[in-house]
Write a protein that binds this ligand. Sequence first.
Ligand SMILES: *Cc1c(COP(=O)(O)O)cnc(C)c1O
Length: 378
Amino acid sequence: MIYLDNNATTPIDPGVREAMLPFLDENFGNPSSPHAPGRIAREAVEKARGQVADLLSARPDEIVFTSGGTESINTAIRGALAAQPGKRHVVTSSIEHSATKNLCEQLAREGCEVTWLRVDANGHPDMGEYRAALRDDTAIVSLVWANNETGVLFPIEEMARLADERRIVFHADAVQAAGKVPIDLSRVPVHLLALSAHKMHGPKSVGALFVRSGLGLPSLLLGGGQESGRRAGTENVAGIVGFGAAADLAKSALLPEMPRVTKLRDEFERGIRARFPQARFHGAPDNRLPNTSNFALSGLSATDLLAALDRLGVCCSVGSACVSGSPHASHVLRAMGVGDDEAKSSLRFSFSRMNTPDDVQGALAALDESARRLGLGD
Ligand SMILES: *Cc1c(COP(=O)(O)O)cnc(C)c1O
C-alpha cells in the first residue's frame, strides 16, 4: 500500500505506540485518584502536557487536552462567545475545515453575525478586507493556519497581531500546521489554538486547545473538575500519552524531515506535470505546507480516479475526507474561484515523513495506469 492521504490521518509512529502500551495495560489508574496508580497516570498526563506545550513554545498550564481538533475548535469559539455576552460577531474565512464552517453556520442560525473572509485564486485572504472586518463587537476571529485541502498557509502572525491590537480574541486552527511548519506562541499573539494528535502520527480522538494564560474560557462540557475545570471528563490517559510522544517526535523531526518531505512532494508534482500537461495545481505554489499537493486533471472524475488508484493500493483524497462521498464540489476550491467541473476532477495527495521516493514513483505509475483505464489520453 502507498499511503498519500496524511492530511486525513497519519499512521501512528512506533515510538508513540510504545509510549501508549503501558497505559492500555498495567497503568490503568484514574489521574484524579490520590493513590499510586492514580499518581502514575497523573504524572504521565502532566509529562505529555509539557511535551505538547514544548511543540508550541507555550507553558504547560496553557494546554487543555480535548477529544481532538473538532472539540478544541468548538470549545474555543463557543467559549469566547460565552465569555463575552455583549459581543455577537464572529470573523472566519470561506476555506475553513468543516468543524469551523458548520459551527459558524450554526452560530449564524442562533443569531450571531458571521463575516466569511474571501480568498483569491491562490487561497490567500485580502488584508484590507480582514482589517475592515474587525469590529468593537467582534467576539472572536477563528482562522485555519494551514488549509487541509490545499495546504495554503494564512499569514497568521500578522492577522493575530491585528486582532490582538484591537483586543479581539484570536483562535488559530493549527491542526494541519503543527509539526509541519514552526509554531512559536511566545512570539505570535494567538490567544487560542487547536491541535489534533492523529494528524501528527499520534492516536485518534485526542487533541488540545492552547488557552493563553489570563484568558478565562468556560468549559464546553460540564462535569468533573478535570483539566483545571477547563474540560470535564476523565482524561484519555493512553491517548494523551501518545499525543505527548507524537508532539515530541514532531518537534525533533520538523527541521530534519520537512525538507525531505518537500522534496518528495515536489518530485511528485514534477512527475504529474510531465505526464499530464493539462494538470492544474491549486494553491499558492510557494506558500503552502511542505506535504500537500492538490490538482485537477480535467476530463476525469476525481471519485473514479480515487477508486482506480485504491484498487492499485494507492490512497489519496478528493477534496477533504470529511466530504468524501458527498456530491458537492469542495467549498475550499470553489472559494478560490475553481469551477464545479474542475473541482470535481481534483485530487489531493498528502505526504508524511514516513513516505519514501519509491512511494512517489509507485503513485505516479498507478496514476498513469488509472488515467489510461479511465480513458484519458485516448
Ligand atoms: C482534521 C482537521 C480538523 C479536525 O480534527 P479532528 O481531530 O479530526 O476532530 C480540524 N481542522 C483541520 C484543519 C483539520 O485538518
